[in-house]
Write a protein that binds this ligand. Sequence first.
Ligand SMILES: Cc1cc2nc3c(=O)[nH]c(=O)nc-3n(C[C@H](O)[C@H](O)[C@H](O)COP(=O)(O)OP(=O)(O)OC[C@H]3O[C@@H](n4cnc5c(N)ncnc54)[C@H](O)[C@@H]3O)c2cc1C
Ligand code: FES
Ligand code: FES
Length: 487
Amino acid sequence: MAEAVRFLLGREPRALRGVDPNLTVLNYLREVERRTGTKEGCAEGDCGACTVVLAELDGERLRYRAINACILFAPQLDGRQLITVEHLRGQGGALHPVQQAMVECHGSQCGFCTPGFVMSLFALYHEDRAPGRQRILDALAGNLCRCTGYRPIVDAARRMYELGDGDRFSEREAETVAQLKALDRGERLAFAHGNKRYFAPRRIEDLAALCEQFPDACLLAGGTDVGLWVTKQHRDLDTLIYVGAVEELRRLKTTETHLEIGAAVTYSDAMAALGERWADLGELIRRLGSVQIRNAGTIGGNIANGSPIGDTMPALIALGAELVLRRGAAQRTLPLENFYLDYRKTALEPGELVERILVLLPRPSGQFRCYKISKRFDQDISALLGAFHLELDRGRVAQIRIAFGGMAAVPKRARACEQALLGRPWTAATVARGRAALARELAPISDMRAGAAYRLLAAQNLLTKLHLETSAPAVATRVLELEVSDG
Ligand SMILES: Cc1cc2nc3c(=O)[nH]c(=O)nc-3n(C[C@H](O)[C@H](O)[C@H](O)COP(=O)(O)OP(=O)(O)OC[C@H]3O[C@@H](n4cnc5c(N)ncnc54)[C@H](O)[C@@H]3O)c2cc1C
Ligand code: FES
Ligand code: FES
C-alpha cells in the first residue's frame, strides 16, 4: 500500500509517494510545484482557466487531451504525461506556434484566461492539423474570456498552423512514448495517506473485488461530478477506487446486435461511435460540457451519478439500453429505465458497479431524435431533454419509446404518451393526444433553469417537433447549421 504515483511532468519523471488522494492537479501544480501559470477561476470545470494537457499512450503514438486540472485528482496522473503552459516555450524562450499566434492575433488582454486557451489550442494543434471553424469553436467552448472577445482567439487558432508544422513535442514523441512505457506498472496502484486510501486496479476482477471489500468506497471515473464534491462541498473522500485504469471498462465493442460501451469510456471516445449510428446522440455529446469535460467524463459516471438532468440517460432509455451490473463475479442485466428508483437513488447494491452499457444497434425502420433545451448552446446543463425512438409502419406508429430528463426526480420514460400514440396514424391529431398525455403524466418542478409550465410546454413542443421532422414532407426545424459556417 505504498506505491508512488508515477508520471511525467513535461519531460521530468515524478514519483509522488503518499500523496493525498483528494489533492487536485491544480493545487499540486500551484502549491507543490509552484508552477502558477495554470490558473484557478471557478474550481468546478466551467471556465477553462486551469486547462492542462495530458498525453497518453495510444499504441506507439501519443494522444493529447485538454483537461481541467481543478477537478482532476493527482493520482489520476499515474502513467501519463502532464503538460502545462510553462512547458510550451522552447530554447532561449522561443514561443510555441500557439503562443506566437495568440500574440500576433491579439488574443489576450488581462491574460488570466490565456494559459487555459493556449493549452486548449495546444491540444487542438496536436489532434487536428486542419480543423474547420466548428471544430475550433468546439475546442474553445470550455474556455471563458471576459475581456478579449473570442474572434482574435479563433483567428489565432487558424494562424498557429501557419507558424510551424509540428513542434518539439512531436519531434520527441518516440522518446516520450518510451518514457511512458517504462512507467506502465501493469498492475494496480494502491497507496494510503493517513486514513485515506486510493486504488487504481487494472483488471475488472480486481476492481470488483475491491468494491466488495470496500462497499462504502467512492468509485471515481472522470471525476467531473466527484471532483466537485471536494472542491465545492469540501468533502474528504476516504477511499477512492479509480475505474479509469481498467482496460475492460474502457472498451467499445460492436456485437451483431448491440453496441457495448464500457462504463469508463469517456464521452470523447464514445462520440464518434454513437454519432455515426444516431446522429442526434453524437450532437448531444458534442454539447455535453466542453472538450475538457468530455475528455474526462464517462457515460458510466453520468448513469451512476443519477442526476435527473443528466443528458445521456433519457437518450439511452429511448434507445432501450440495458446495464450490465457486477458484484464480485456475479453479473446482472437491468433495463436502464429500471435503474433509477428515486431522486439520486439507483438500483446499485452495496459493492456493485456499472460494468457496461448495451445499446441495441439501429434498425432501418427506426428513427431516433433527441433535443437538449438549455440556456447556452455549449457547456450548459439541460433545462429539459426529450428523446424519441420511433418506428412507423405504413404511416402508423408501430413502436415508440419516449424519455425525458428534467421532468421528474429521475430520468423518466413517458409511457402514457407512448400508449396514446401507439398504433395510430402519425398525424397532428395523434400528436395532440400525445401532448395531452404528457400533461397528465409529467410533473416538472420550477427551479433556476426553468419554470414548470415552461418545461411542460417545451416537452409537448418537442413531440410536435419530432412529428414535423419525421412526417412527409419533413419540415426543417433546425437553424444551427445556418449559424456556423466555415467562412
Ligand atoms: C463543467 C461541467 C459541465 C457538465 N455538463 C454536463 C452536461 O452538459 N450534461 C450532463 O449530463 N452532465 C454534465 N456534467 C456532469 C458530469 O460531467 C457527468 O455527470 C459525468 O458523466 C460524470 O462522469 P464522470 O466519469 O466524471 O463520473 P465521476 O464524477 O467520476 O462519478 C460520478 C458518480 O458515478 C459513480 N460511478 C462512476 N463510475 C461508476 C461505475 N462504473 N459504477 C458505479 N458507479 C460509478 C461515482 O462513484 C459517482 O457517484 C457537467 C459537469 C461539469 C463539471
Ligand atoms: S478553474 Fe475553472 S475550469 Fe478549472
Ligand atoms: S484576457 Fe482577460 S479574461 Fe481573457
